[in-house]
Design a protein around this ligand. Structure first.
Ligand code: AGP
Length: 607
């Protein structure tokens, strides 16, 4: 949940490290630090708080001399976010500094052992054990000390190491945490994410578990876990640095909401050729699909809600039973999964620890795994049997928006593709669904354009507590709408299946309890309308979300947000857009830190 970055070259390192950290700040933002080697000594600067504070302290890095260094932005796990617990951590002899993303699970035992051996700890972190192990194992060969240290660590780690005994060389090693090397001209880099590298280079190397690398200004050498040199493929990043910048918007979240028409198009268009879906990434035959007795969708947070929505679409079109399971639950549920189960694993980052564990659990029981992932080269993309990339481009705001809608787009594609293969669709229905899929980017744009009044609606509805209700796919979107509201505006928001209110929750409804009713599923619209009438009878103010032209809703709800009309199976991808905007403007009204909500981080790489 942290971001790490490193640079070696002939330019001043500190400004480059700080800029890189700024791009990684979405990964964690409670403290930050850099370590730069100069004149045979390592200078460490670290602060609790944001990168901006570190930049201020070091005058954007200009006060820190040196052309090789490492940096870290933290989401605290072991020890409070204080200056002392911030990374980098230094060895007692001052020879090594380390930054770490991940968790060392056996750190307590290691800490006791190291203390008994006379090492003095400054911090409460698990990471500090690593730097003392390096000192302990170092006898003149840093690579060998790194390998010995790594062999003692249990858990997940991407480590960046600088040493006074290697004035031009950085050392890195990874296990279950992302790590990417950037190849420059006369300079090289490492980072947790390509967003920190694209300003310098588009040529990158994705490190795999167990691999170690040495980076000097003119060379990168990668070794396997036995120390054998290996040749790694160089990948080319396909997007530009502007994609990871705000581009005139106040927040990344708003920019990413506005990017949804283009992002959904990028997810759909390359896979639809002459009216036919072709999953360029892989092919499933009718026989493969007939062998599937059930589908499990597993994910966390918003990705889980994308799965909840996708379930209705897959079941309706394919008539295969679908279970949607929270990855954090599935991993310990002794799940009923076998070789006839197809598991769809959804993750924007591809690095969510619970989702990875659920994937492994299902794989160990013989299931085939399809990853629906945004980040190229991420762990889930590598572990899955097949990967369907969502092609949303970099998503920086902690609250996902285009990550979510592109997940829905890919789930829709999968559902229509599988239904057609299984012979469940008439040619006319298939053609009509394909046409509608192709039109979704335009419809999303309309959903944005026709809702210019949302800032004022948000200011009227942003009260202390909100209820979101809906049925079927509307319920899935109510869940996502409530999560968006909670995570960025800190307003209490709950979501209920509309028909469930009367079984207890309705006791909470009164004139102080606004209700947001998602009412886009036309088959069930009248049912949800009855629930609107019920809550209105108890005094609630109701904001409804419905298809354009739904006149019945206007007479019942206090306010209505409209979206363009589409086939009910695809309504969720439109319905969520105004709810994202509603949460955004509610949070803005409250003056919240929208892109970096408190206590959160973008990719949750801890259990
Ligand atoms: C969504 O806004 C959240 N920040 C969060 O729920 C997120 O969707 C969840 O942590 C899963 O992340 P992933 O898609 O990267 O696996």
């Amino acid at each position: 949940m942290c971001g790490i970055v490193g640079f070696t070259g002939s330019r001043k390192a500190a400004p480059i490290l700080l800029k890189g950290l700024t791009r990684l700040e979405y990964r964690g933002y409670d403290s930050a630090g850099i370590a730069v080697l100069h004149d045979g000594a390592i200078e460490v600067d670290k602060v609790s708080g944001r990168i901006a504070k570190l930049s201020e302290k070091t005058k954007d890095g200009s006060l820190v001399p040196g052309v090789i260094g490492i940096g870290h932005t933290r989401w605290a796990t072991h020890g409070a976010p204080t200056d002392i617990n911030a990374h980098p951590h230094l060895s007692n002899d001052g020879k090594f500094a380390v930054v770490h993303n991940g968790i060392i699970e056996n750190y307590l035992a290691l800490r006791e052992e190291l203390i008994a051996d006379g090492y003095v700890f400054q911090s409460e972190t698990d990471t500090e054990t690593i730097v003392h192990l390096l000192e302990m194992y170092y006898t003149g060969d840093i690579k060998s000390a790194v390998m010995k240290t790594a062999s003692r660590l249990e858990g997940s780690y991407a480590l960046g190491i600088v040493s006074t005994d290697a004035p031009e060389t950085l050392f890195v090693v990874r296990e279950s945490s992302p790590l990417i090397l950037g190849i420059g001209v006369g300079e090289n880099y490492f980072a947790s994410d390509v967003t920190a590298l694209v300003a310098h280079t588009k040529n990158v190397i994705y490190m795999e578990d167990g691999e170690i690398a040495e980076l000097s200004p003119n060379a990168i050498s990668v070794y396997d876990c036995t120390g054998q040199k290996i040749t790694k493929p160089v990948s080319r990043v396909t997007w530009n640095v502007e994609a990871a910048e705000k581009g005139g918007y106040d927040h990344f979240m708003l920019k990413e909401i506005m990017e949804q028409p283009a992002a959904v198009k990028a997810a759909l268009a390359p896979r639809i050729h002459e009216g036919q879906i072709r999953l360029d990434d892989f092919e499933l035959t009718a026989e493969d699909l007939k062998d599937v007795r059930k589908i499990i969708i597993t994910a966390c947070g918003s990705a889980y809600y994308a799965g909840c929505s996708g379930r209705y679409v897959i079941e309706r079109l394919c008539r295969i039973p679908v279970e949607v399971e929270l990855a954090s639950e599935l991993r310990y549920a002794d799940p009923m999964v076998d070789e006839h189960t197809l598991v769809l694993v959804i993750s924007q980052s591809g690095e969510t620890a619970d989702t990875i564990a659920a994937l492994k659990e299902c794989r160990s029981r013989g299931a085939k795994i399809i990853g629906i992932v945004n980040v190229v080269g991420s762990t889930i993309a590598k572990l899955a049997d097949y990967t369907l990339y969502t092609w949303a481009g970099p998503e920086i705001a902690v609250a996902t928006t285009k990550g979510f809608t592109t997940q829905l787009a890919v789930l829709y594609l999968f559902a229509v593709y599988a239904a057609e293969k299984l012979g469940r669709l008439s040619p006319e229905k298939y053609d009509s669904l394909i046409r509608q899929l192709m039109n979704l980017p335009k419809r999303i744009q309309e959903a944005i354009d026709m809702n210019y009044q949302i800032p004022s609606v948000a200011s009227r509805y942003a009260s202390q507590s909100l209820f979101f209700i809906g049925r079927n796919t509307d319920y899935a979107i109510a869940l996502e709408g409530a999560l968006k509201m909670k995570e960025i505006s800190y307003l209490h928001a709950e979501s209920y299946a509309a028909g469930e209110l009367k079984h207890g929750t309705i006791a909470l409804i009164d004139e102080n309890q606004p209700v947001i009713a998602v009412c886009c599923n036309e088959v069930l619209a009248d049912k949800t309308l009855s629930n609107i009438v019920e809550v209105k009878a108890r005094g609630a103010k109701v904001l409804a979300l419905a298809f354009r032209g739904n006149t019945k809703i206007v007479s019942q709800a206090d306010d209505v947000i409209f979206i363009p009309r589409v086939d009910a199976v695809f309504s969720a991808i439109l319905a969520v857009v105004p709810l994202q905007l509603l949460a955004y403007y509610a949070a803005k009204e409250k003056g919240c830190d929208i892109d970096k909500p408190k206590n959160l981080a973008k990719s949750v790489t801890v259990e």
